[in-house]
Design a protein. Structure first.
Length: 58
């Protein structure tokens, strides 16, 4: 029976590049940091209204 690493399972059984794993971790960490920063520093009401207005009119 062949042993399969977690990385290979994630990659769909293919060869999993450790560099790719690190890139995914970095991207995830960046997204979390960005999310936390936006959470701590909410947009001004005017910016939200403009963003929501653009979103609805497109």
């Amino acid at each position: 029976m062949q042993s399969v690493s977690v990385g290979q399972v994630i990659a769909g059984g293919g060869v999993f590049d450790p560099g790719q794993a690190q890139a995914l971790k970095d991207a995830g960490a960046f997204a979390i940091q960005l999310d936390l920063r936006l959470w701590r520093e909410p947009w001004p009401d005017q910016a939200w209204k403009e963003w929501l207005g653009k979103d609805r009119t497109n």
